[in-house]
Write a protein that binds this ligand. Sequence first.
Ligand code: UN1
Length: 520
Amino acid sequence: MSEKKKFKVTYSTLASPDPLLHQYYDAAVIEAKAGFGKTFPMLIGGEKRFAEKTFAKTSPIDTDMVMGYFQYGSEQDAHDAIAAARAAFPGWRDTPWQERVAIMRKAADLISDRLFHMAAVMSIEIGKNRLEALGDVEETADLIRYNCDALEKNEGYIRPLLSESERHHNRSVLKPYGVWVVISPFNFPAALAGGPSGAALVAGNAVVLKPATDTPYTAWLLAECFRDAGVPDGVFNYITGSGRVVGQTLLDDPEVDGVTFTGSYDVGMHILRQFAQGKYPRPVIAEMGGKNPVIISKNADLDKAAMGVMRSAFGLQGQKCSAASRVYVHQEVKDPFMEKLLGLTEQINVGDPTDKANWMGPVANKGAYEDYQRYVADLREHGRIIYGGETLPGNGYYVAPTIVDDLPLDHPLWKEEMFLPIVTIAPFEKLEDAMTWANDVDYGLTAGFFSEDDEEIQWWLDNIEAGVLYVNRASGATTGAWPGYQSFGGWKGSGSTGKAAGSFYYLPQYMHEQSQTIVD
Ligand code: UN1
């Protein structure tokens, strides 16, 4: 067989994909399924580690489909992983940054080489459609490359300071902290595991990755890429199991120097508070969800607005922290907007996301499926469901995209993150009111605005409280940031550091600064 064509994937190239892309993906799904049923180890100090218990990873597409068996790690395994990272740290820290960059670039290239296999596994593991899964994998490689570039552009973050005299030689040096724990979520099982791990590693830290219990498989494939790229034993460790046992033990271990957590507001705040009890401050980069608003002015192009909202409300079944979950639309254009949104939503096929015809797959797990039913009952009672509101047939966790109107503005679900394909819509008369409502939540991750009026646009940019803003973006009103093209990080309860991923200020967070003054 001839060499496979290489693709440069981004979320925007995925709008009109090459037919070969589909062919490769279809083949990868068949191949991935043929390999299911194996038992996967953890990776601690370069050794394969097996726990006493394993858990079966089943697919939300078909709950009878067992993808593989993963280790149910113990407290001891978690401590061992931290100890392995601690032991490996000095060697990695002292490795010239240029060599670390070379190894991490190799890892990024391996991820790109394994794009189709990783995406196929991810689709089956978490129900992500083919294009979004391919995007997630390639985003991982690009996040790693972005941070390699950043280290190079900043020459290893060794920079001269001013000097008092010719005899003074002063410089600022950024150095890695030590042992870094990465706790990753199910929704971007590659990008939000590999992005933070890659940054911590290239900066010179040793890493312990604990992926979400729903997505150990994609994270294992990532671990293989790091290993095969030559990340030394113990510098990257992969541990699986429950958040309660393994996750909590990692966080309790005083040998941990920093954490990157992506997940819910409640867990993120718990980690921040717990870390503040330590002997001294340690960095916690927490990315904690959103309740992302879209405001549609009477001066909006409603086709763009409807497309942007549909894609961001229902992409990945609404389970992105960047998902659009609230829409405030000017009362004069509400009816035509709703008609367009309804028209687009009716065209969505929900089903096995490895099938090209299906744009929405199942929700992630039983808990999400039950939450959906609970929320829908509440919304039906207090508002009006104008589309969806039903679970769908199949042996997986399928639910309909759901549009809700007439929900009173004081209902708690205007403020609570549901993490499901549910969008609530309200009319407004004055833009100022829409802005007040948009900002009146504990979150501030992403936000969207639709208007063709430049003054209004500037006013919106000046007043909205969120970290990632999009104006008139039909390909996604609030979702779809790409490393280097958008920075991605939240304000308020959405993020702990005020600095975003995929941008200038991310990588330095994985290092502490040292000032060095030498006098002749
Ligand atoms: C998340 O939703 O958890 O901007 C992260 C986006 C993706 C990342 C989202 N690049 O939608």
